[in-house]
Design a protein around this ligand. Sequence first.
Ligand SMILES: NC(=O)c1ccc[n+]([C@@H]2O[C@H](COP(=O)([O-])OP(=O)(O)OC[C@H]3O[C@@H](n4cnc5c(N)ncnc54)[C@H](OP(=O)(O)O)[C@@H]3O)[C@@H](O)[C@H]2O)c1
Length: 233
Amino acid sequence: MNIAVFGTGMVARAIGPALASQGHSVIYGTRNPADTLTRTAPGPFGGPPFSEWHKTQPDALLGTFADAAEHAALIVNATSGSGSLPALEQAGQHRLDGKILIDIANPLDFSNGFPPSLSVCNTDSLAERIQRAYPGLKVVKALNTLTAALMVNPAALSGDHVIFMSGNDAAAKVQVASLLQQAFGWKAHNIIDLGDVSTARGTEMLLPLWVRLYASLQTPMFNFSLVRQSEAS
Ligand SMILES: NC(=O)c1ccc[n+]([C@@H]2O[C@H](COP(=O)([O-])OP(=O)(O)OC[C@H]3O[C@@H](n4cnc5c(N)ncnc54)[C@H](OP(=O)(O)O)[C@@H]3O)[C@@H](O)[C@H]2O)c1
């Protein structure tokens, strides 16, 4: 499948190669490809600049958000929370209509330092804002509650641990769940469909807890697990 990964940060650098390794054709979207390829400053969280990473992935295609969306059957949103709507606007509605968007972004606001606050919460969410702005897009919120390395390698943690999906289009969620299983190794019973896109409020609001756990555990390599009462008990 032709897949556009919007973003050039650590999520895009985890998701893109994992999809490409499964035979998908991946193109990364960025604001200005020439700038992104020549930027030498580290990323916002201290990671290497995209140009350094690109040397290790010489076949990785990079274009504008519009270039990336043009031939994509599915789009992954791995832009910052504040950059998500601008990135989609740059892609253009006619290149988005009818496509699935796996929305991994979180509306984190670091303007007052750590811990970040949420720029939208309680009665709305970033996923809903995207869905309202682009009614023709099939938004499926997923993978936003764990670190990038675990998104594409759940087996790095032993035992069952879960991810969540939110979206209005049932068929799109089935397709995304299938991709997450086939490309990244998620087990079907560990992909929890929460319901319509408004349920993304809950998973985006997990982030304040997630960042505090990160600070407390001093590692991002953890995830949430559900313990349910068994039918027999
Ligand atoms: N890092 C993780 O492990 C993790 C885990 C779960 C969820 N998330 C969420 O996933 C998303 C990506 O995270 P990340 O750490 O990979 O990268 P990030 O630093 O949060 O975002 C980087 C991307 O955002 C784009 N961007 C920033 N401002 C923009 C604007 N005004 N207009 C358009 N695009 C803009 C950048 O575009 P350029 O390429 O043009 O610079 C870049 O590609 C975030 O929303 C984050 O909250 C991250």
